[in-house]
Write a protein that binds this ligand. Structure first.
Ligand code: ARG
Ligand code: ZN
Length: 875
């Protein structure tokens, strides 16, 4: 059933206060609820109260203390309707639920014995009957009873106000959360956990206890998350003026979790992979990810919890804004240009593909079947880019004023994206009505930019046209307001800019940077008084989530790589040089000689004052996924051709520049013991890129990689070496390293995720059979999302050549896993499907992908999650 934004109706009842009493047992749990309801003022007396509820066994039902006869209510699979209610009163229900057999990881479930909850978006209805929608906000009082030995920790939102010992070895805790919240922010945790505790004093002088709860064995992996939390709290005060509002903040780590983490009020629940950090189990990227996710969930306390969403179509209101906030935090904690390059890479590789595929939807979707399918790169990452563009348009100071106004105006409310933009308009005085099309229009706009040079007059003209390709359900596209940051590069560096029609230059001190506001189908910009023909430096800082088509020559790209004033543009120019070399190799596979311009670019990168981690990103080959996305934009992708060209370019870069890589490796390798500092991470990234090329170049490089593996004191280096050896070395050498890894880290679930992924990605041999074998390995667990993502997701997303095997065995493998997950964990099943939905992008395998989707669509009892993705992909 499709739900439309345009059908939104305010709730007929409010629930101002919610009392919950949980009795947790091993084979079932009882949930007693007392809902303090009140009919909305406009509602007629006969308005029934229709509560959401799924997979709940009704034990009792009463209103104001009187139990209800069958004529007063109607119960079905999805809801409980109660008739003849007074205008205000207390509705009491008792439900029996079965957390131990709940594999969907939604609602109340058990993970390795631990009771925990995941309610966003619509999981609360699997715990108790409720108006399970974000615009119904309630204060909560929660009583939890459980066995004292099995569950020494009993936690819920807010403050613990009471504890007592009960009969039969049981005990009780009572929690009260004074802040009204929607049901999706409710949380409960009960189990045997160890804790790490710290404190934070807020700017207003509030002493906050910070508590991270994990399994005893993981106590030594919490320091990085705790540190990140304290830095997030300070940063949010300084940058956004946001202070924490309770005396305690809990973070709990659970092994079985569908997503990264969840911002439940004062009781954040995290996937272990997004909170636990140790050198042997966490990569450098992992450390950075933990820092940003801890920050993200903490920032939600204001952008999400204090001010929440009116309905789920507004999801980006909290997610886009919060991703923007966490990206700014990461930029401030580490390297701003690195963060920008990596975010741009994600957007271009994955979000652009989503925007061009059958599930394309605007940042604020207009309809959905299953909201879980809309926790997407578009809502999160493109949503964050939309917020960033608002900041670019109104300026940083006005943006902060707008943010203050938004929080002040809407504190305690459930609001819409329009309310957010209105606050920005009111604080800045800028009209953003045309800009708002970004919220409602799907698809990635393409800017076509052409230039002209008038030598005589010294006038350089840029003609900028925009077009957004059509997407499912949107047959017309309007022009968007696109901030196009740019500069003009001359022989000696960035040129001073005079733009015709513009009041005197005010942009930057040195006057070499502009943000053009592109808002028409075609616009012409004339730059005057130029001493030489410039090279345009376009979309600086990735100022908008758009594609740019400008016909750069390879010489111009080299110039940008070497000298541009913007690190994103430099990185992007290098990507384009590599893509052009790869295209040439695909057209003429026999001509393997390395483009001298590419060689010069590699050398230029090394001589730059660029962040080492950005240099590493520039020296790595573009991913197969990105290349396939590029190729299928206006065509189809030949994955085998891409793979061969990429291998060939890797080999010629490795061979031709061998001495360069050897020198880079020696100069960058980290000799101190492991620390996840920006400095070490950057150096390691650069050394590891070099190592990978050395292993590609010859036998002694492979041997060096194997030595490096054995000598490493951290997971980052081990994985780089392992991957290189598996790709380039004798099979027995790779197998020995894999065995060694398993022997040393077999007990570490998080390290085993990587061990599975590395093998899922091996391109040679029969990868499908290898993956099937690993599905029966004790390190795998078909109920654990991390393991499924590591092995099956790793195979389908990263082992491109084998997933697209000509006989369709890769598609079948994915289809089978999706089929078996469909009933067990629909959210994960539907997410796993993504690579199959792109069938139109592949000339060779498209038919077989389509056939597999058709097979799935014919299965009985498809979950709404899988049904939506399959049916939209086949439409
Ligand atoms: N709000 C969480 C976050 O972004 C994600 C929760 C997603 N849950 C889901 N069922 N899709 O931090
Ligand atoms: Zn979020």
């Amino acid at each position: 059933k499709t739900i439309f934004l345009s059908d939104y109706q305010p709730p007929a009842y409010k629930i101002s206060h919610t009392e919950l009493h949980f009795e947790l047992f091993d084979d079932y749990s009882l949930v007693h609820a007392r809902l303090h309801f009140e009919r909305a003022s406009k509602g007629p007396e006969a308005t029934p109260l229709i509560l959401n509820g799924q997979e709940l066994e009704l034990v009792s039902l009463a209103v104001d203390g009187e139990s209800l006869g069958a004529e007063r209510y109607d119960l079905n699979d999805e809801s409980l309707r109660v008739d003849g209610l007074p205008a205000t009163g207390i509705l009491e229900t008792t439900a029996r639920i079965f957390p131990q057999s709940n594999d969907s990881l939604e609602g109340l479930y058990r993970s390795r014995g631990l009771f925990c909850t995941q309610c966003e978006a619509e999981g609360f209805r699997k715990i108790s009957w409720f108006l399970d929608r974000p615009d119904v906000m309630s204060t909560y009082a929660v009583t939890i009873d459980a066995d004292a030995q099995a569950c020494p920790e009993l936690l819920s939102n807010g403050n613990c106000v009471h504890r007592e010992t009960l009969a039969d070895g049981r005990h009780r805790a009572v929690w009260e959360d004074p802040h009204p919240k929607p049901s999706y922010l409710f949380a409960l945790v009960a189990g045997d956990l160890a804790r790490v505790e710290d404190r934070f004093t807020t700017m207003g002088g509030r002493e906050v206890r910070l508590i991270i709860l994990v399994e005893e064995k993981d106590l030594d992996k919490c320091a990085h998350a705790m540190d990140s939390l304290k830095r997030s709290m300070r940063w949010d005060e300084e940058r956004f003026g946001r202070e924490y509002d309770l005396d305690v903040f809990h973070v709990v780590a659970v092994d079985d979790f569908n997503m990264g983490a969840m911002e439940n009020k004062s009781l954040n629940i995290f996937n272990t992979s997004c909170v636990l950090a140790a050198p042997d189990t966490t990569t450098d990227l992992g450390y950075q990810r933990i820092e940003s996710i801890v920050a993200h969930e903490y920032f939600h306390n204001w952008s999400g919890n204090r001010v929440t969403c009116r309905d789920w179509f507004q999801l980006s209101l909290k997610e886009g804004f919060t991703v923007f906030r966490d990206a700014e935090f990461s930029a401030d904690m580490g390297s701003r240009s690195l963060k920008r390059v990596e975010d741009a890479m994600t957007l271009r590789t994955l979000q652009f593909a989503e925007d061009a595929g059958p599930m394309a939807h605007p940042v604020r979707p207009a309809s959905f079947i299953e909201i879980s399918n809309f926790y997407t790169l578009t809502v999160y990452e493109k949503g964050a880019e939309v917020v960033r563009m608002i900041q670019t348009l109104v300026g940083e100071e006005n943006f902060r004023r707008g943010s203050d106004l938004y929080f002040e105006r809407h504190d305690g409310q459930a609001v819409t994206c329009d309310d957010f933009v209105a606050a920005m308009e009111d604080a800045s005085g800028r009209d953003l009505s045309d800009f708002k099309r970004w919220y409602s229009q799907a698809g990635t706009p393409e800017l076509t930019i052409r230039d002209q040079w008038d030598e005589e007059e010294g006038v350089y003209t840029l003609t900028v046209s925009q077009e957004t390709p059509l997407t499912p359900g949107q047959a017309e596209k309007e022009p968007l307001v696109i901030p196009l940051a740019m500069g003009l590069l001359g022989d000696a560096g960035n040129l001073r800019i005079t733009l015709e029609g513009e009041p005197e230059n005010t942009e930057t001190d040195d006057n070499t940077h502009r943000v053009l506001i592109v808002d028409q189908p075609t616009q012409v910009y004339r730059f005057t008084g130029l001493p030489e023909r410039p090279t345009p430096s376009l979309l600086r800082g990735f100022s908008a989530p758009v594609r740019v088509d400008y016909p750069y020559t390879r010489e111009q790209l080299l110039q940008l790589v070497s000298r541009d004033g913007d690190d994103f543009v430099r990185w992007d120019a290098m990507q384009q040089l590599m893509v052009s070399a790869l295209n040439a190799l695909q057209a003429h596979p026999d001509n393997e000689s390395l483009d001298p311009l590419l060689e010069a670019a590699v050398k230029a990168i090394g001589s730059q004052s660029l962040d080492p981690a950005v240099q590493a990103d520039m020296l790595r080959l573009p991913s197969e996924t990105y290349l396939a996305e590029l190729a299928s934009h206006g065509g189809t992708a030949d994955v085998q051709g891409i793979f061969r060209a990429r291998e060939s370019l890797r080999r010629s870069l490795a061979g031709t520049l061998h001495d360069n890589w050897a020198a880079l490796f020696e100069a960058s390798r980290v000799t101190e013991s492991y620390a996840a500092t920006g400095e070490q991470i950057g150096a390691r990234a650069l050394a590891n890129v070099a190592l990978d090329y050395l292993a590609t170049a010859n036998e002694s490089g492979v041997a060096a990689a194997a030595d490096y593996y054995y000598a490493s004191d951290n997971l980052t280096n081990r994985l780089v070496a392992l991957r290189a050896v598996l790709r380039e070395g004798e099979e027995s050498l790779g197998a020995a390293l894999l065995d060694d890894f398993y022997e040393r880290f077999g007990d570490e679930a998080l390290a085993m995720n990587h061990w599975l992924t590395v093998q899922a990605e091996i391109t040679h041999g029969d990868a499908v059979t290898r993956v099937r074998g690993l599905m029966n390995h004790p390190a795998y667990d078909s109920r654990n999302p991390n393991k499924i993502r590591a092995l099956i997701g790793g195979f389908a997303n990263a082992n491109v050549v084998n997933f697209h095997r000509a006989d369709g065995a890769g598609y079948q493998l994915l289809g089978e896993v999706v089929e078996s997950l469909n009933a067990q964990n629909p959210q994960i099943a539907s997410r796993l499907l993504t690579p199959l939905t792109r069938w139109k992008n592949y000339a060779a395998g498209g038919d077989l992908m389509h056939a597999e989707l058709q097979r799935l669509s014919a299965l009985p009892s498809l979950s709404p999650d899988v049904f939506e993705v399959v049916s939209k992909s086949l439409a």
